[in-house]
Design a protein around this ligand. Sequence first.
Ligand SMILES: *Cc1c(COP(=O)(O)O)cnc(C)c1O
Length: 370
Amino acid sequence: MKGRKLLMIPGPVEFEPAVLQAMGAPTCSHTAPAFIDIFGNCLGMMKKVWGCSDGQAFIMAGSGTLAMDMAGANLIEPGDRALVISTGYFGERYAELLKRYGAEVTILKSETGGTVPVSDIENSLKSTKYKLMTFTHVDTSTAVRVDPRPIGELGRKYNVLTILDGVCSVAGEEMQQNEWGIDVALTASQKAIGVPPGLALLVVSQKALEVWRTRRAPVGNYYCDWSNWLPIMQAYGDSRPSYFGTPAVNLVAALEVSLRMILDEGMENRIHRHWSIAKEFRSTMAGMGLKMLPLREEDAANTMSAVYFPEGVSGSDFLAAIAESGVIVAPGLLPSLKTKYFRVGHMGAVNNADINSTVAAIEKALKVLT
Ligand SMILES: *Cc1c(COP(=O)(O)O)cnc(C)c1O
């Protein structure tokens, strides 16, 4: 296609043609038997991708922030204490969100490009009784990945609900929600799940649903209230028609195609592909003398990278030069460093040819500007 550009930002990403085709099929009724099947299949496949066979999946029309909001609205009551483990921009967002529902929020902030030491998290949990804690699996502002395992363990040990913001990780990083004891793992369609923007996706543990059932106050957000949506998800799961709010029919059809492709590839193969592309990309950047924002390579994500601009080069000139080669990457997002780095998404349908084109575009920009 003439004028086509390669979209290498951390979401939305490039999508599989079969997924885009599914979106273009004629829209059917949200209660048509064929659509009920599609929706039910999606709920079942999500639990496989998340590694959470006994959880409850939710598919909502909305972006990733709605998924964050749904977890906050249903699990927080005024006065509840929440611990936010922040590795960047989206941790700060979760803190703001939880405060809207009346939470008393404590933020444990990492140094820029680093993670919060597990011992600091444990010390906080020892000194104060929290109802829940949130963390960002991959923070899209820093490309830092947090290991969910020890956080899930601490959640169990101190009986604190754990919420994993997986908007930039699910289907691109290892995810074992059950085994790790994560209560809510949430994402959005347009990142590693590989479907155009517009779906908020969550898998919720039975324990979290139990905590929600014993609320004293009603949920202070009408659209997000699980009282409205849990019966709908259960009905779709049991192949029965139901209605609360019209689902995003065409996006759900596309989701079914993408989830099937994800499971056909196999989770292990898929994570390995993301890992190997990320590793190759970063070692090539290092070879060009470009530095990464994450302080340690083992904390760097599989799904995206955050790269400092070369010394003495204007960021906007550099991004414009990359775009000249037909590749779109994203500017920085962390307020303190916004003009110092750029971000490259390498998730979903990404392949070696995409990465080679991206590397070539960066190499050419370097040559022209330095
Ligand atoms: C993209 C992203 C979000 C926000 O998702 P939207 O779909 O833009 O609302 C939240 N958290 C993380 C980690 C993200 O990458």
